[in-house]
Design a protein around this ligand. Structure first.
Ligand SMILES: Nc1nc2c(ncn2[C@@H]2O[C@H](COP(=O)(O)OP(=O)(O)OP(=O)(O)O)[C@@H](O)[C@H]2O)c(=O)[nH]1
Ligand SMILES: [Mg+2]
Length: 310
């Protein structure tokens, strides 16, 4: 997975893209960890405040620091240096891994994107489609966002730019029907990866979630679960709301992974920890800007060392 983008400097780019979150956290952390001393409850409380400020969320923050609080309450001594090293491991364990290859194996592999309005589903599909093509995969884009004519046109334009076929039906068509056509097209034409764009929808709207379930059922009839990846796209700038989106969507649909976009513009990068920990979801990529090369694979070691430097 980490070889997905083999280009130079990705690690640096990843760290640079996290600058806002890093700046917010590192100032506080450097105060806390500056001198090696015995940790007291006040130190833990300062850490709690800092994580909550970076949108790690109250529940995940408490879970993250609970073992250290317990140690102190039991009268164990812990130095700030020890705490930092334990905390790093704790953060790493909160960020879930996946052993599934990307793209998944299948003829075709199907990547299914969902999320609320404007999070970056369509542009992420374009970025990934371009990258997959550069790596020698044939791709097809499937315009299952039939809600607006403009959404179909947006995907068509991307398809032209990256030189990939785009499967569309008229505005207002059943999105399941487009998925059926898109996947069968890929099967007939021996296309490696089908990327399915869906309409942005509120995670709280019952009928829109039911529609999503129906789309997944159509996909399941055509391809095995092993060859799919159902990807929830979240916008980092929405902070705690993104966590609520992860909760609602993952209780309705079997989400396999998450892509967090717009990480470049926000200090709310802590949501990666909360989403991954609370809903057991691996983070595949993060979006660090609007250009194709701004979508980079998530690397948890780099993430943790960016927010908690040595
Ligand atoms: N800064 C920044 N902007 C991004 C990123 N990803 C997407 N965007 C921008 O977010 C805006 C919305 O992107 P779309 O891809 O149209 O979002 P969508 O989820 O398909 O939207 P709907 O189809 O309306 O639900 C566009 O202006 C994108 O360029 C990112 O990682 N960083
Ligand atoms: Mg879209």
């Amino acid at each position: 997975m980490f070889n997905f983008f083999k280009k130079e400097g990705l690690f640096e780019k990843f760290k640079k893209g996290l600058t806002k979150t890093k700046d917010l956290l590192s100032e506080k952390f450097s105060e806390i960890f500056e001198i090696d001393k015995i940790v007291d409850l006040q130190t833990i409380e300062e850490l709690e405040e800092t994580f909550i400020l970076a949108d790690v969320g109250v529940e995940t923050t408490l879970a993250l620091l609970e073992p250290f609080k317990a140690k102190i309450l039991q009268g164990e001594t812990l130095t700030t240096r020890e705490l930092k090293s334990f905390l790093k491991n704790q953060l790493l364990s909160f960020l879930k891994d996946t052993d599934k290859s990307f793209p998944p194996k299948g003829n075709p592999a199907v990547l299914f994107f969902l999320g609320v309005n404007g999070v970056g589903k369509t542009t992420t599909i374009a970025k990934l489609g371009k990258n997959l093509k550069e790596r020698g995969y044939s791709v097809v884009l499937v315009a299952a966002d039939t809600f607006r004519a403009a959404a179909i046109d947006q995907l068509k334009t991307w398809g032209e730019r990256i030189g990939s076929p785009v499967i569309t039906l008229q505005e207002g068509s059943d999105p399941g029907a487009v998925i059926y056509q898109g996947i069968t097209y890929a099967q007939k034409n021996n296309i490696d990866v089908a990327l399915i764009d869906t309409a942005g929808r509120l995670h709280t709207k019952y009928n829109l979630i039911e529609e999503l379930k129906k789309m997944v059922r159509v996909m399941n009839k055509l391809v095995s679960v092993e060859s799919q990846e159902i990807i929830l796209v979240l916008d980092a700038t929405t902070g705690q709301n993104a966590i609520s989106q992860a909760q609602h969507f993952s209780s309705a649909i079997p989400i396999h992974s998450v892509i967090i976009t717009k990480m470049d513009g926000t200090a709310k990068g802590g949501i990666a920890i909360a989403v991954s920990h609370k809903y057991n979801l691996p983070i595949r990529f993060i979006g660090l800007g609007e250009k194709p090369e701004d979508l980079v694979p998530f690397n948890k070691e780099a993430f943790v060392s960016a927010i908690l430097p040595d």
